[in-house]
Write a protein that binds this ligand. Structure first.
Ligand code: HEM
Ligand SMILES: [Cu+2]
Length: 635
């Protein structure tokens, strides 16, 4: 395996200094607000999403404490409703996707050998919008006005008659606000991955993680409009008396559910897909071989992203759909196990054929495989309509989706935290702390969620703030609550491990795991310009290929050093043939100002201050004019 320390030397000191002058940011407060560096923005996504995870986790601990025994009085029904709704909404929208987008942000430009995302200012804008939308939603909780209709907010429960107050307006507006960030991020990923790949990185040499982020981004672009439409219509119904969801006036209640799940089912894969991409990135490094069946795995990724748009009604089996629809959606839902199984077998075979190096990231990947398979198994049970109708809205469902989401997202995310921590921070972590964290999380997770299968089969409905004694649910609930405490300790140990690494960690090598993708071909942490010389790619495993090191050695052409300006290379979409250098924007305050304008818009809408909202819109519009104004001719 090539060590990569010698890579920067190739450029010689002069270009490296020139590059630093063009890319480095001063350490000032202003620079903190104006940065467009994808690595800083990626880190911020990771930290912010982790904080939201913490808040949603504390909410969950409160829920579990309330449910530890029958007839407990820790939380009122109103508080319970807000807490479980915020827990679910935040875990899905404010943690899982932003966290994975954070890794995408940090890693995609590095993995494809570019100097930044295609639209760096849009990237910064996306982060600020995410931050503001998250604060917008969480701030409603201490105010007693948090969403309280569950994470999928079904009408008529959530219309203005049945749910007065601001609760659901925070939900609809908060998600519309956040959706702007997610959409911007998705467009940015797609353009970046299609146009900025290093010369020679043809589509069949794109790392699986990048494939996964791109597939996810396409899914976001097709799925999110359905959710936005839903929330827009509900906002109009509640605020302006339209009747989209009101059957008495010719509206349709099920319309909400259809639109929600046309978004909602693909969203499960929007969360899980990048996580699967993480697994495919981590495994090769610890199996000491490339991933088995790369083309099939890519095929799996792409076909999941398509099929998952055709299964949404499996969330609506209990609503009285016609028999033909039931059969269709039941069959379609079963089919999706094929591409998922394909990936599973590719990982297992990679492990069987490789030489396993048991380090913390691999442990989390194995934890993922075990839990995700259990979640997938109960999922296949739900695909059968008859079974679904027995357990719908019971704790069996809560058990199932936590196996899928905790198993399918949190374990891979933790694998990613440990795997890329050395690259992101330049520090190694304590393996011992990481192992303790793994075992506590793995055991805690199973002790929390496995018993819910049983309480569910014994008839316990979800979303109840308490239950009477003697229904056979008590021991399982107590066990689940104890499990959640173990889990919490394990998760805290992850935080301790990261802080410990930052304070005490040994400096990390450029490629501590022997990874095969280009982020390992630069320093840990990477310089602001990522690569002194943009590499040329000749295979699927560029870092294992000596030709990559040659391509950046002394004498590399100026066309790939680009030290003259703030530039990166544009290449063709399919074959990544060299097209031309493109100029990248400087840091700017406009993304933050534009996001602030949006915050004012949504705040104004929330409180009925429409003039304030209009003022925010004006600020946004003026900022955009300045943003899009053609730059002065270079001198
Ligand atoms: C950190 C450990 C976690 C614990 C202890 C936990 C616990 C809970 C509990 C007690 C409920 C409420 C059940 C009810 O009353 O019906 C719940 C609901 C939910 N959880 Fe979690 N959870 C955790 C992690 C996660 C994660 C990582 C995700 C997703 C990425 C997630 C997504 C959800 C969703 C979507 C709901 C449904 C909310 C609703 O009914 O509208 N949870 N969880
Ligand atoms: Cu689904």
């Amino acid at each position: 395996m090539s060590t990569v320390a010698e890579l920067p030397a190739g450029a010689g000191p002069a270009p490296a200094e020139q590059l630093a002058a063009r890319w480095e940011e001063p350490r000032t407060v202003r620079a903190w607000f104006t940065t467009v560096d994808h690595k800083r923005i990626g880190r911020r996504y990771l930290v912010t999403a982790s904080v939201f995870f913490g808040l949603a986790g504390v909410s969950a601990i409160l829920l579990r404490t309330q449910l530890a025994g029958p007839e407990a009085g820790l939380l009122s029904p109103q508080e319970y409703n807000q807490l479980f709704s915020m827990h679910g909404t935040a875990m899905i929208f404010l943690f899982a996707t932003p966290m994975l987008f954070g890794f995408g942000n940090f890693l995609v430009p590095l993995m494809i050998g570019a100097r930044d995302m295609a639209f760096p200012r849009l990237n910064a804008f996306g982060y600020w919008v995410f931050l503001f939308a998250g604060v917008f939603m969480w701030a409603s909780l201490p105010a007693g006005a948090a969403p309280n209709g569950g994470w999928f907010a079904y009408v008529p429960l959530t219309d203005e008659v049945n749910s007065p107050g601001l609760h659901l307006d925070v939900y609809t507006l908060g998600l519309l606000f956040l959706g702007i960030s997610t959409t911007a991020g998705a467009i940015n990923f797609i353009v970046t991955a299609l146009k900025l790949r290093a010369p020679g990185m043809s589509l069949n040499r794109v790392p699986i993680f990048v494939w996964a982020i791109v597939a996810t981004s396409f899914m976001v672009l097709f799925a999110l409009p359905a959710l936005n439409l839903d929330n827009g219509l509900l906002f109009l119904d509640r605020r302006f008396g339209t009747h989209f969801f009101d059957p008495e006036a010719g509206g349709n209640v099920l319309l909400w559910q259809h639109l929600f799940w046309i978004f909602g089912h693909p969203d499960v894969y929007i969360i899980v897909m990048p996580a699967l991409g993480i697994v495919s990135a981590v495994l090769p490094a610890f199996c000491r071989r490339g991933l088995v069946a790369y083309p099939l795995v890519v095929l799996g990724v792409v076909s999941i992203s398509i099929i998952s748009f055709g299964v949404w009604a499996h969330h609506m089996f209990a609503t009285g759909l016609p028999q033909l629809s039931l059969s269709f959606f039941s069959a379609a839902s079963s089919i999706i196990t094929i591409p998922s199984g394909l990936q599973l077998f590719a990982w297992l075979t990679t492990m069987l054929l490789g030489r396993l190096v048991m380090r913390a990231p691999l442990l989390f990947v194995i934890g993922f495989i075990v839990t995700f398979v259990i979640g997938g198994f109960t999922g296949a049970m739900f695909a059968l309509t008859a079974f679904d109708q027995q357990v719908t809205d019971s704790y069996f469902v809560v058990a199932h989706f936590h196996y899928v989401l905790f198993g399918g997202a949190v374990f891979p995310i933790l694998a990613a935290v440990y795997f890329w921590l050395p690259k992101i921070t330049g520090r190694m972590f304590s393996e011992r702390l990481a192992r303790w964290a793994f075992w506590l999380i793995f055991i805690g997770m199973n002790v929390t969620f496995f018993p819910m299968h049983l309480s569910g089969l014994f008839g316990m409905p979800r979303r109840v703030y308490t239950y009477p004694e003697g229904l056979g649910w008590d021991p399982w609930n107590l066990l689940a609550t104890l499990g959640s405490y173990i889990l919490a300790v394990g998760l805290l140990l992850v935080v301790v491990g990261v802080v410990h690494a930052l304070r005490r960690g040994k400096p990390a090598a450029d490629d501590p795991w022997g990874g095969d993708t280009l982020e390992w071909a630069t320093t840990s942490p990477p310089a602001p310009y990522n690569f002194p010389v943009l590499p040329e790619v000749h295979s699927l495993h560029p870092v294992w290929d000596p030709r990559t090191a040659e391509s950046v050695a002394a004498g590399a052409p100026e066309a790939r050093t680009l030290a003259e300006g703030r530039q990166t290379i544009r290449t063709s979409e399919l074959d990544a043939r060299y097209e031309q250098p493109i100029e990248m924007p400087e840091s700017s305050l406009r993304p933050l100002v534009a996001a602030t304008g949006l915050l004012v818009v949504f705040g104004g809408l929330l409180f009925d201050w429409y003039w304030v909202a209009a003022g925010g819109g004006l600020l946004l519009a003026l900022t955009m004019v300045g943003w899009l104004w053609p730059p002065a001719e270079p001198t």
